[in-house]
Write a protein that binds this ligand. Structure first.
Ligand code: NDP
Ligand code: MG
Length: 391
């Protein structure tokens, strides 16, 4: 395998920092060409000093001077603003773009990278939730391979190697169930962000941890799988598997099921995505079946965890519905993290936002941008009216 030159977008986040751990463990295989952060200037500077990329982008313009001054004596170009992200991912010196920015904000740089024919390692699931049809269409036109980083989709991708996609009957996404597995509404009504952030199996960024607690994460992943693998809605299933050892499964037309397994560690799917098609040796802890004498499976509780049902409905409805839902979800999760809305209120506000924004069956990129902005305005209104915001 030749040395891969990476643009790591969102390098200061949970996925980004783990990607840099993988890079640091294999300096012979990976080289960092670009790093990006939004506002965490201190960590971006530290990363730039250690990995010596050709360029860094700090998208928050207020942080530009701090980063520029700190890196003055190093041969590292410093840029700011969202447009710069779209420029640097197109450089000839970049082979692979790891999309690890959070939320809708990650969409444009991924589209720019696809337009330039770059290989994509995609963690930013919201890109596919919002505009999956358009993103995959562009990738097909440009002959670009999108390799998932999300552990479930990495598992499915790995199960599909060497298989004929037309022989897939269904895909079964596993879900840990999050920290509130088995709880009912009377319990959930009182939970706070500090409880919801305590994921039993995975260590992740704040937003995705809350999405895991509400099961919105699994809803987003159903939509992500639909576009990534070109599935019909009916072919996507979810099963609760609280040990997070089976990362997902594919069932074929002969009834055979393939599963991909391993300990829950994001470094594994990150490494697989950036090294693909090569498997690279590492010394991370191995799965020992004796530590997991019982693997359990149960159906999700759609009634209590309404976000999963909302996301499934949005997937079936299509058009701009997943985009609107995603924008509302980003807003309410942000508010929940600041204790401005309650846990169960999040679903109500997402549903109400979906009722307010006009449905567009075949959205363009501009339609997605407008739907996203409009949904954020409605969601902000609902958040302001929350009892927790008022007091
Ligand atoms: P984090 O919140 O930990 O990190 C987000 C990264 O994106 C940071 O580098 C942040 O910069 C940057 N960022 C945030 N907002 C913007 C913006 N408006 N413009 C540009 N950059 C921005 O998130 P995670 O690493 O947890 O998740 C990243 C993506 O990967 C998400 O889409 C998530 O769903 C997906 N994912 C994450 C997994 C995980 O284990 N964490 C697993 C599977 C998927 P700064 O630090 O400066 O704010
Ligand atoms: Mg996942």
């Amino acid at each position: 395998m030749g040395k891969k030159r990476l643009a790591i977008l969102g390098s200061t986040g949970s996925v980004g920092t783990q990607a840099l751990e993988v890079v640091a463990a294999h300096p012979d295989l990976f080289e960092v060409e670009v790093l990006s952060a939004h506002s965490n200037a201190a960590l971006l500077i530290e990363q730039a000093k250690k990995f010596k990329p050709n360029a860094v982008v700090v998208t928050d313009e207020a942080k530009y001077k701090e980063v520029k001054d700190a890196l003055l004596l190093l041969p590292v170009k410093v840029f700011t603003g969202q447009k710069s992200l779209c420029d640097v991912v197109q450089w000839d010196t970049v082979d692979t773009v790891l999309g690890a920015i959070l939320g809708f904000a990650g969409l444009h740089s991924i589209l720019a990278a696809i337009d330039a024919g770059k290989r994509i390692a995609l963690a930013n699931k919201e890109t596919l939730v919002v505009a999956g049809e358009l993103v995959m269409q562009r990738a097909r036109e440009k002959g670009v391979l999108i390799i998932p980083v999300d552990s479930e989709h990495s598992a499915i991708f790995q199960c599909l190697v060497g298989e004929d996609i037309s022989k897939v009957e269904k895909m079964i996404l596993t879900a840990s169930g999050g920290p509130f597995l088995g709880k009912k509404s009377n319990y959930l009504v009182n939970v706070k962000a500090s409880h919801a952030l305590q994921h039993p199996n995975w260590s992740m960024g704040a937003k995705i941890s809350i999405d895991s607690a509400t099961l919105m994460n699994k809803g987003l992943e159903m939509i992500e799988a639909k576009w990534l693998f070109g599935l019909q809605n009916e072919q996507i299933d979810v099963v609760i598997h609280s040990q997070s050892v089976i990362h997902s499964m594919v069932q074929f037309t002969d009834g055979s099921i393939k599963a991909q397994m391993g300990l829950p560690d994001m470094k594994l799917p990150i490494q697989y995505a950036i090294a693909f098609p090569y498997r690279v040796h590492n010394s991370y802890k191995r799965l020992d079946f004796k530590d997991f004498p019982k693997l359990t499976f149960e159906p999700p509780d759609y009634k209590t965890f309404r976000n999963l049902a909302i996301a499934k409905d949005a997937m079936f409805k299509g058009g701009n519905a997943p985009c609107v839902m995603n924008a509302a979800n980003e807003m309410v999760v942000h508010a929940f993290l600041q204790n401005k809305v309650g846990f169960l209120e999040m679903s109500e506000m997402i549903e109400k936002t979906l009722e307010q924004v006009a449905f567009i069956e075949h959205p363009t990129l501009d339609d997605y941008k407008e739907s996203d902005s409009e949904a954020r305005i409605f969601a902000a209104e609902f958040i302001k009216k929350s009892q927790l915001s008022i007091y």
